[in-house]
Ligand binder design. Structure first.
Ligand code: C5P
Length: 237
């Protein structure tokens, strides 16, 4: 593809400028990291699977009224997106206690939550994405009150859509992470990916984990789990 200058390289993706102003190309890598990049791995097809899952989900979110950065899939591992400046606040939505939330609060994984919980983290590899609150984000100039209000509103809409979408496919959406970006005109749009790297998916029948926890916790069967999630996401409604 017509990749230009490398704008950003993260643990699992690269973002390139293109010949078209206002557009970027996102390339999904096969690399996987966990625990603030202390654990590293990689498997063939991981980038393509996450690209395909994200490319299947974003048009459905758009159709449900969520503005996103997604333009279209370009190749197995690449997609075309609108150029945004990423808000350096990661939004973590929790439907069921798991992972760092369960650990921090001494809860058993799988404990249901009476309402969804939104955690905010500062997007910083150097600091390991520390937990913050919205006051901190405003005080340090990472986002305005209005931006955070819009992000919260979009996040809850996305959550409702995703919970129902995955339930129809036999998957419990335990928790997930979102990132938002700003277009030049100030509009907030959903950016980044939604994939087994960024969500916890448990099989509705068996509670089997079908996400990156298989890698984080050395449970085996990572590739099969990602492939199964792609199959379920792309199965017709
Ligand atoms: O680590 P923790 O349990 O807080 O993660 C909550 C959810 O957010 C999980 O689905 C995890 O995959 C996702 N997450 C992420 N990127 C991070 C932190 C968490 O995708 N930097």
């Amino acid at each position: 593809a017509d990749r230009g200058e490398l704008k950003y390289e993260g643990k699992a993706k690269r973002v390139y400028a293109t010949g078209v102003p206002g557009e970027y190309i996102v390339e999904f890598k096969d690399d996987a990291t966990a625990f603030n990049a202390q654990k590293r791995g990689s498997w063939q097809g991981k980038g393509a699977t996450n690209n395909a899952i994200t490319a299947a989900l974003y048009p459905k979110l758009e159709a449900a009224g969520i503005p996103t950065h997604f333009i279209g899939q370009l190749s197995a591992t690449e997609q075309r997106v609108k150029a945004v400046s990423i808000v350096p606040v990661e939004i973590v939505v929790r439907n069921v206690a798991a992972g760092s939330f369960a650990k921090r609060l001494g809860l058993e994984e799988g404990t249901p939550l009476a309402r969804p919980v939104i955690d905010y983290c500062y997007k910083s590899d150097a600091l390991g994405d520390p937990l913050i609150n919205t006051d901190t984000a405003v005080a340090l100039g990472w986002a305005s009150e209005e931006d955070l209000k819009r992000i919260r509103e979009l996040t809850l809409k996305i959550r409702d859509f995703l919970v129902a979408f995955f339930e129809r496919r036999g998957v419990r959406l335990i928790d997930f992470k979102l990132e938002f970006g700003k277009l030049p005109d100030g509009e907030i749009v959903l950016a980044d990916e939604i994939s087994p790297d960024t969500c916890r998916f448990w099989d509705l029948q068996t509670n089997e984990k079908m996400d990156k926890d298989r890698f984080r916790r050395d449970l085996g069967g990572v590739e099969d789990a990602y492939a199964e999630m792609l199959r379920r996401v792309t199965q017709p409604d």
